[in-house]
Design a binder for this molecule. Sequence first.
Ligand code: G1P
Length: 300
Amino acid sequence: MGPVGYGAVRTAIVPAAGLGTRFLPTTKTVPKELLPVVDTPAIEYVAAEAAQAGAQRLVLVVSPGKESVAAHFDPNPDLEAGLRGHGKEALLAKVRRAPELIGVEVAVQDKPLGLGHAVGCAEPLLDDSDDAVAVLLPDDFVLPTGVLITMAVIRQRYGGSVLCAFDVPREQISAYGVFTVDDTDEPDVKRVRGMVEKPAPEAAPSTFAAAGRYLLDRAVFDALHRIAPGSGGELQLTDAIALLIDEGHPVHVVVHRGERHDLGNPGGLLRASVDFALKDPEIGPELRSWLLNRLEQENP
Ligand code: G1P
């Protein structure tokens, strides 16, 4: 059950418009978000995380041609009837999980103008009750899940917007949005004084990096209309949040001390798969002994 009250959100936005070039040639025909971690597409984990935090609908922002990502959330009555007829209850439950998780709607981002622009493409689908939205970047697998629930509690306390931060090594910091922070009474909650997208390591204001989970006050959409192209020539979500901060809007981060997999590249997806497979009672034990053996071999 997700949180209720002021901190909770009804709508989760999942930008899924990227071309997935790091997964070519697979992404010639298969959207990156449908690649599996063990047997389940990454997008289903993200939807489950949003639903766990209380979201009732998920707005998938896709580029033209990637609408099939949303089809993963459609029921498949023929497949279900077949599985039921053969008594394959466990598989049936797996097939039915995605459609039962959350309502999915699609917004199309016509041009790749950046993450901020992609999030803005969801705005026409919002209604008056959406005083805040969750944004989940499907490349970021944040474990254990549940940080959105903590973030909602912090939003309830301070208002405004709340983001998830990871403390990353300084040499990796320029891959991220980076926060200038002040301490609060709680060690893992910081007040954000500024945010900058992909700074050089020596210019980074801290080693606290945005980790793909955001609870954003609706005011962010107005800010998104007012930013100019930033890092990489793109409209950056970071710059809209920085604008809100400059205008006095409260922004906090929850520093997440758990694990994170980057599903945006083959190595990261593989690590996530191995991590999950090792925990799987059916696949795990055999994989573990194979891996141990394999790692003893001299050649890579
Ligand atoms: C995006 C955001 C960045 C954030 C990162 C997290 O960057 O722009 O602020 O830190 O996701 O993964 P991207 O990875 O799309 O370049």
